[in-house]
Design a protein around this ligand. Structure first.
Ligand SMILES: [Zn+2]
Length: 292
């Protein structure tokens, strides 16, 4: 009897230890897990409950706000946002921006965020924005590619414009590199979830020349982390892959970001009591963003 008691206790201890190790691996129980501080942005991961298991469909890996699209990573059929819409005649989506042509389309969700950002710019007296391009179909990109050639346009399938998350925005007052509109966006866009996708000093990494007009929506807190640490999307996704979990504060609110490599996705846990979003990285990984 006594021996069985000892064996049962031992088994129970082993089971609890195994459960803790599993939970720790998933990031939700990582008591003070080490997350390197980068300019004070990334803080210790807080204690979380173990969350609930979520089955992820394969197509989830190829959609979302954090998809990497470049000469090596093509947009898949799932990559385009489901809410693409024309902007012309919709003041709630256009805000204060002028349109170069009335056929310009964008994700409705992203257009709303962009319009809200331009309201903030107007409060600073910056108002002369002009949207010159938004969502592009592969057919439209083919046309552009044929017209402009490989030095000035990406081949169809490899442009971020297929996602519906990117737009080209200029100033009616001059070139974006010099106009107040360009300076304002470069400084402030991250607070609204947008990033200057092709900065002048990252052309080696992005493979694209400086485009002061091309902005990409990635959402909070990603845009802010990228700006604070001076990272483009390629570098940020590499950082996530390496660190696995980041936590950060934006305007005093806490966000958490967890990266799952293809072989870890089966262990995905999502929080029970907080809002979250999932996005693929277009490289087989999955990113969980937990909102305040
Ligand atoms: Zn563009």
């Amino acid at each position: 009897m006594k021996r069985w008691g000892i064996i049962t206790t031992l088994l129970a201890v082993l089971l609890v230890a195994a459960a803790f190790r599993l939970a720790e691996k998933q990031g939700w129980l990582s008591l003070g897990a080490e997350a390197e501080s980068m300019d004070g942005v990334i803080q210790e991961i807080a204690l979380r409950d173990s969350g609930q298991k979520l089955w992820v469909k394969q197509d989830q890996l190829y959609k979302g706000d954090l998809l990497l699209v470049n000469s090596e990573h093509k947009v898949g059929a799932e990559g385009t946002q489901p809410d693409i819409t024309e902007l012309a005649g919709k003041p709630e989506l256009l805000g204060r921006a002028a349109l170069l042509d009335h056929k310009i389309e964008l994700s409705r969700r992203v257009a709303l965020k962009f319009a809200a950002m331009l309201d903030a710019a107007a409060e600073d007296g910056v108002t002369h924005f002009m949207i010159s391009s938004g969502y592009r179909s592969e057919a439209k990109q083919s046309e552009l590619y044929a017209q402009k050639g490989g030095d000035y346009a990406l081949p169809p399938g490899y442009s971020e414009h297929h996602l519906g998350l990117s737009l080209d925005v200029g100033s009616t007052e001059g070139t974006m590199a010099k106009a107040e509109e360009g300076k304002w966006l470069e400084k402030n866009a991250a607070r609204y979830g947008f990033v200057l996708r092709y900065p002048a000093d990252k052309t080696q990494i992005t493979g694209i020349a400086f485009e002061p007009w091309h902005f990409r929506y990635v959402g909070l807190p990603h845009s802010v982390i990228m700006q604070r640490n001076h990272l483009v999307l390629e570098e940020y996704l590499d950082l996530l892959k390496e660190k696995k979990t980041l936590s950060t504060k934006v305007d005093g609110e806490s966000y958490e970001v967890c990266y799952y490599s293809p072989d870890e996705i089966a262990q995905l846990r999502v929080p029970k009591n907080r809002d979250y979003a999932l996005s693929g990285d277009n490289r087989g990984g999955l990113i969980l963003t937990v909102y305040p």
